[in-house]
Structures are given as structure tokens and as C-alpha cells.
Ligand binder design. Structure first.
Ligand SMILES: [Zn+2]
Length: 157
């Protein structure tokens, strides 16, 4: 037993040992914003093109100045996969689970699973809002399909 056995909620999908390293840059900015309930993603400071979290040079203008900014917690399912993986110890789910490529309203694309356990993937084109799972004390983006809103327990400020 480690000394970090706090009352952090257990993620439905993976073990806390798989938590990302919050202090790593640049993706650390994403996790620090997530602690505040915000989704922050990088834009090119020169031409405002949405960038990948690890991207350092803009595809549009060649600029190398990046601005991490909060974006709307909303997107559309671009691709959806139902993963069949049984790996006791790291993956808690014993049933297939969805992995989504979400195109956010900001123009960014992020890979994520759903906020709550789901054994079916949402449809491509379906609108999702973005919530946050907690893995090992780290909040990471997760999708809430529009069709599932009535059955979730999102905490809103
Ligand atoms: Zn640019």
C-alpha cells in the first residue's frame, strides 16, 4: 500500500498506474487545465491554426509560437472503434469499450473513450460533450455522447 491511497475516484476503464505524467511539457498544459474542468489545446500564435498537443511547428505558417487556450467542451465523433481487450490488472473493463476520435468544435482532434462505461460506440457524426475521467488522480478528457446525457451524472458548476 502506498501513501497515496486517497479518495480519488477509480476510473471505470484503466488502472491508476496508467495515469499520464502531468509535469511533462507540452501535454502537461492539457492536464493542468483539466484540473480546472477546462479543455485547453494549442493554437498557432501567428495564424490561429489548431495544433496537435505535441506539435511545435505550425503546418500553416511555419511559426513556432504556441498558445494553449481553453476550447468549447463540445465535438463530433469522427471515427469510433469498439476495442476488445482483456488485460486484467491494467484494463478494468471486461467487456468491449469504445475509443473515439473526436473532432472538437475548436478544430482539434482528440482520441478518447467515454466518460461512463459503454459497450457500444456512438455513431460517427454524433455530437458529444467533453467531460473528464480521473485516472490515478489525473483528469483526462472523455466523451459524453448526446444520446447518453439523460443517464449521466455530470457535475456542472
Ligand atoms: Zn501558423
Amino acid at each position: 500500500m502506498t501513501g497515496t491511497a486517497r479518495t480519488a475516484p477509480r476510473d471505470w476503464l484503466v488502472d491508476g498506474s496508467l495515469a499520464p505524467h502531468v509535469d511533462e511539457t507540452p501535454p502537461g498544459a492539457l492536464y493542468r487545465a483539466a484540473e480546472r474542468g477546462e479543455l485547453a489545446l494549442p493554437f498557432c500564435l501567428s495564424c490561429r491554426l489548431p495544433l496537435e498537443p505535441e506539435q511545435r511547428i505550425c503546418d500553416g505558417c511555419g511559426g513556432n509560437a504556441v498558445s494553449w487556450e481553453p476550447v468549447p467542451l463540445r465535438g463530433t465523433v469522427h471515427t469510433a472503434t469498439l476495442v476488445h481487450r482483456l488485460e486484467p490488472g491494467l484494463v478494468r473493463a471486461s467487456a468491449p469499450y469504445p475509443v473515439l476520435d473526436v473532432e472538437l468544435d475548436s478544430g482539434h482532434r482528440l482520441i478518447m473513450t467515454t466518460l461512463n462505461p459503454a459497450t457500444a460506440a456512438p455513431a460517427v457524426g454524433e455530437t458529444v460533450t467533453i467531460g473528464f475521467r480521473t485516472v490515478g488522480g489525473v483528469r483526462i478528457p472523455a466523451a459524453v455522447p448526446a444520446a447518453a446525457h439523460s443517464e449521466t451524472t455530470e457535475d456542472r458548476p
